[in-house]
Design a protein around this ligand. Structure first.
Ligand code: ZN
Length: 257
């Protein structure tokens, strides 16, 4: 990195933190089925609307000592974590892709993944207002950049199709729901943005990570076979990894033959 690149990275970080602040609003309000556009942010405990200086990403949390200024109720550590994570993602994406359609596509995709990751972890829910428009937007981007419209279309069908088949099969055998339709729509969205190859990689990574965590929970007796792990959380991590390094891994792997 040279000195003239510093302003670009700084701008990416600041812009990312501000976007992360909006993602926090989505993470808090979507499961409650409340509008993400209106009204402005307030303290969930005393309902007081926040002043502009209480709404500055990361800094406000640090300055206020992680508490509401009036009622002293602790503010979730999730807020600064999501803001920092989003800022980090913007910096990495700017560094990897530079300006262009791929940058915008991957940032939109990454923001959707962050929201789905956090909501599924807390509520075991993958809201339609993220996954369904995500499928459409990802497919639209594929006409201008990676992975191309054909791979995107196959990705939607394969990603959604595989999980739909697994969900139906599981229901048929066990007579209970193992995978939700939210997971099906989420992997279709991954397919739209990343194409079919990286979608299969996402599914593999998520399954391996989910199994390792699930088995360790069983081994330490902190969970039993019935404990439903939020699969969407693992899908989000798998998709992020596939988007970052998937193409290089695929090229290396195919180069072996
Ligand atoms: Zn308060």
């Amino acid at each position: 990195m040279t000195i003239d690149q510093v302003p670009g990275f700084l701008a990416a970080a600041v812009f990312g933190a501000v976007v992360g602040s909006f993602l926090n609003v989505c993470i808090y309000r979507l499961p409650l089925r409340r509008s993400v556009a209106w009204p402005g942010s307030g303290c969930p405990h005393c309902k007081r609307r926040l002043a502009w200086f209480e709404n500055i990403p990361v800094l406000s949390y640090v300055v206020l000592g992680g508490r509401c200024r009036t009622c002293r109720t602790p503010i979730s550590i999730r807020y600064p974590i999501i803001e920092l994570l989003t800022a980090f993602m913007f910096v990495v994406a700017w560094w990897l892709y530079g300006p262009g359609a791929l940058l915008v596509s991957r940032l939109v995709f990454g923001c959707a993944l962050i929201v789905l990751f956090a909501i599924d972890l807390e509520h075991h829910l993958l809201p339609n207002p993220i996954t369904v428009p995500g499928i459409v937007v990802g497919f639209a981007f594929s006409f201008f950049t990676d992975p191309g419209w054909l791979s995107s279309l196959i990705g939607i069908l394969v990603g959604g199709g595989i999980l739909y088949a697994i969900a139906e099969g599981y229901y048929w055998i066990r007579h209970e729901e193992g995978l939700g339709m939210g997971d099906v729509k989420m992997l279709a969205m991954v397919g739209a943005f990343l194409g079919w190859k990286l979608t299969l990689m996402t599914l593999m990574l998520a399954s391996v990570a989910g199994s390792i965590v699930g088995l360790s929970l069983i081994a330490t007796r902190r969970g039993d076979m019935k404990y439903a792990l939020p699969f969407g959380t693992f899908l989000a991590m798998g998709a992020a990894l596939a988007a970052l390094v998937g193409s290089s891994v695929l090229n290396w792997y195919l180069g072996l033959f």
